[in-house]
Design a protein around this ligand. Structure first.
Ligand SMILES: NC(=O)c1ccc[n+]([C@@H]2O[C@H](COP(=O)([O-])OP(=O)(O)OC[C@H]3O[C@@H](n4cnc5c(N)ncnc54)[C@H](O)[C@@H]3O)[C@@H](O)[C@H]2O)c1
Ligand SMILES: [Fe+2]
Length: 388
């Protein structure tokens, strides 16, 4: 038996924040990040719309990028005091993911983080509150996914919490929120979305439901990402939809080892998530093609890349990814990113061992051991072709 789960409602298009004016409930807690949503006036709109709906509103502000377990626990305590029946999260992946995790510990104060971090082990939610997600970046698609990525800084590990319990009830995709993203954030989040769609298309849990979403997302991202990066508003709006389609695919098909590596290096080297994925994806495709070259070739064919046979088509897709990275000034190796060699060497074993344990490793099309991860990381650091 397989399962395919999405939010019940997805509101999209300019002005879709208006739907908040008709939410029925008593109290809404709004979880937000460092200030961009306030600065651009979107937080006020959300607050005012919820008040117009007759709800009492409280804010949890200042969620940091790559939110910590401590931030989650603090937020859950504020929720326990305020007792919201709606949790509304607005911003990038970080505040929305933090809000999802706060939701778990608000509903289940007795739950233990280590238990919740085990894949598909989150207790039943929605006894106290339902969840609305409003993304302001075009990448993570956390507004439609069953994931929340929380960092344990003491252990230096990013945990992807995974369970359909935390798939939001309502996603609101107003492209106006993403129009304020600076160039670098647009590049990183856009490559995160392309990685989601590519990994979902080859993941072992893919299905006939997820495949068309992944392909459509790839088609739209390839067409719009560079224009969006260069400030084209229409392309920026398309990217907001495309990343969400990719999210619908990967939330159900799951991901692969590009993400395992991004999670495990991200917490140690502080590389932005999308940037890490953008660097690693070409190497992972070189590694995975021994298991699923035809699937990558299908992607290449779908977007009309040249190639007379499977390996030429895979090569075309690799070239496209490298070109996208170059155009958007994303480095092609970890060394070029600026990680010092001794820092890399010192952490190599730890990252490789942690990556095996990552929730995304199990769905990768090719099984991967700690020693494979080590070799992959070395290729990624020095920029060597993966030929094992
Ligand atoms: N839950 C999932 O399914 C999922 C999937 C992929 C990644 N993630 C996680 O999401 C996090 C990354 O999220 P992200 O890439 O959206 O970035 P983010 O939420 O960490 O935000 C990065 C920075 O961009 C700013 N920002 C956000 N929106 C803006 C806007 N519209 N204009 C100007 N500035 C803006 C923020 O204030 C912040 O400083 C990572 O922790 C990653 O691991 C989660
Ligand atoms: Fe991601």
């Amino acid at each position: 038996m397989a399962r395919f789960t999405l939010p019940r409602d997805i509101y999209f298009g300019k002005g879709s924040l208006d739907v908040l004016k008709s939410i029925k409930g008593q109290r809404a807690i709004v979880v937000v990040g460092g200030g961009s949503m306030k600065r651009f006036g979107f937080l006020d709109t959300v607050e005012n719309n919820l008040k117009e709906a007759g709800l009492e509103v409280k804010l949890i502000e200042g969620v940091e990028p790559d939110p910590s377990v401590e931030t989650v626990m603090k937020g859950a305590a504020v929720m326990s005091e305020f007792k919201p029946d709606w949790i509304v999260s607005i911003g990038g992946g970080s505040p929305i993911d933090a809000a999802k995790a706060m939701w778990i510990f608000y509903e289940h104060p007795e739950a233990k983080f280590e238990e919740v971090a085990k894949p598909f082990n989150i207790p039943h939610l929605r006894n106290k509150a339902r969840f609305i997600a409003i993304p302001s970046t075009s990448g993570t698609a956390t507004e439609v996914t069953a994931f929340s990525v929380i960092t344990d800084y003491a252990k230096g590990i990013k945990y992807p919490l995974a369970d359909f319990e935390i798939t939001p009830d309502i996603a609101i995709l107003d492209p106006a929120l993403a129009e304020t993203m600076p160039k670098k954030l647009t590049a990183h989040t856009g490559m995160d979305a392309l990685t989601h769609a590519t990994e979902a298309y080859v993941a072992s849990a893919r299905s006939d439901f997820s495949d068309p979403l992944a392909l459509k997302a790839i088609e739209m991202i390839v067409k719009n990402l560079v224009a969006s990066y260069n400030g084209d508003k229409e392309a920026r709006d398309k990217m907001h939809i495309a990343q969400c389609l990719a999210g619908m695919a990967f939330s159900n098909a799951l991901l692969g080892i590009t993400h395992s590596l991004a999670h495990k290096t991200g917490a140690i080297f502080h590389i932005p998530h999308g940037c890490a994925n953008a660097i690693y994806l070409p190497y992972v495709i070189q590694y995975n093609q021994k298991a699923c070259a035809e699937r990558y070739a299908e992607i290449a064919k779908h977007i009309h890349l040249p190639g007379k046979n499977t390996s030429e088509l895979v090569e075309s897709y690799l070239q496209l990814l490298n070109k996208l990275n170059k155009t958007m000034e994303i480095p092609s190796t970890l060394k070029e990113y600026g990680i010092a060699e001794d820092d890399f060497t010192k952490n190599l074993d730890r990252i490789a061992n942690n990556a095996v344990e990552d929730a995304c490793t199990g769905c990768n099309p090719r099984p991967t051991t700690a020693s494979d991860f080590k070799k992959l990381l070395q290729a990624i650091y020095y920029g060597n072709r993966v030929d094992f």
